[in-house]
Design a protein around this ligand. Structure first.
Ligand SMILES: C[S@@+](CC[C@H](N)C(=O)[O-])C[C@H]1O[C@@H](n2cnc3c(N)ncnc32)[C@H](O)[C@@H]1O
Length: 264
């Protein structure tokens, strides 16, 4: 039972739409840095139109899928591996959005969709788990219409860290942080496939501060293993102060012509 008494506790001056969501609901369903803030930042560079077919890949507890349907009238396939579809179906129904949002349980390399089905693919704090494979983007693009777009936001680094972990981060470092990369790395990773044109790549301004703000705000409310997780995240972000850690945002378009994409 989540009892969050302050309705303003997750207010953010930049993320006006996200401010409309119940903090208790966000805390209950969070799986990492505030996913609605990450998505709202992405929508600043990735327009979403009513009726668009959107794949929300690695949607977790489907908060972002619900947001896409409620805020933009998109049709969303809320697709995730760790969270059962039945659980997300219940949350989607409680939000009154069963007509627009379909919950799917799938592994990112075995997606159960028709070719060229989607207008848009988004992935928030998830793409780094499967998308660092050089060949993954090509597979994912098979589900996107020509002219369709893809956007992802994920934790990243200001410079490639390679084998040397900075001493400030070393006490907190988990081996799987090796999937965190720079905006330049992600640009090259996608562009070298020649299958997309890169529209935008960069870091989210003050992304690490937002992560810290979210982490610290939810700290009194989390239970179980999240208690250690938020404590360690606080220590790590305070030690780093944005010197190494950031959030990377990248968007690209699948070309309409059969020719190879050129990068911008
Ligand atoms: C940190 S959680 C973020 C969830 C959600 N996007 C959010 O921000 O709340 C990462 C998500 O990626 C999903 N994921 C990781 N590996 C995956 C894979 N191979 N196929 C599909 N989903 C995957 C997990 O199921 C998990 O829900």
């Amino acid at each position: 039972m989540w009892v969050v008494t302050d309705p303003d506790m997750l207010r953010h001056h930049r993320y006006i739409r996200s401010n409309g969501y119940d903090p208790a609901w966000v805390v209950e369903n969070q799986m990492g840095p505030h996913p609605l803030w990450l998505l709202e930042a992405l929508t600043e560079v990735l327009p979403i139109e009513p009726g668009m077919r959107v794949l929300d890949l690695g949607c977790g507890r489907a908060m972002t899928s619900i947001f896409l349907a409620r805020e933009f009238g998109a049709q969303v396939w809320a697709t995730d591996l760790w969270i059962p579809a039945e659980e997300n179906e219940r949350r989607i129904a409680e939000a009154g959005l069963s007509e627009l949002v379909t919950a799917v349980h799938a592994e990112a390399h075995a997606l159960p969709f028709e070719p060229e089905f989607f207008d848009l693919v988004v992935s928030l704090d998830a793409y780094q788990y499967f998308g660092t494979d050089d060949l993954y983007l090509g597979y994912l693009l098979s589900f996107l219409k020509p002219g369709g777009r893809i956007g992802a936001v994920m934790p990243g680094t200001v410079r490639e860290l390679g084998e040397e972990i900075p001493s400030t981060l070393a006490p907190f470092w988990e081996w799987d942080f090796c999937c965190w990369h720079t905006p330049q790395w992600w640009r090259s990773h996608w562009a070298k496939t020649r299958k997309v044109g890169i529209d935008h790549v960069g870091t989210i301004e003050d992304g690490w501060r937002d992560w810290l703000q979210f982490n610290d705000t939810i700290t009194p409310w989390v239970t179980g293993w999240w208690v250690d997780e938020v404590a360690t995240t606080h220590e790590m972000l305070m030690a780093d102060q944005g010197r190494e850690l950031c959030f990377v945002s990248i968007t690209a378009t699948k070309p309409t012509a059969a020719k190879e994409a050129t990068t911008t």
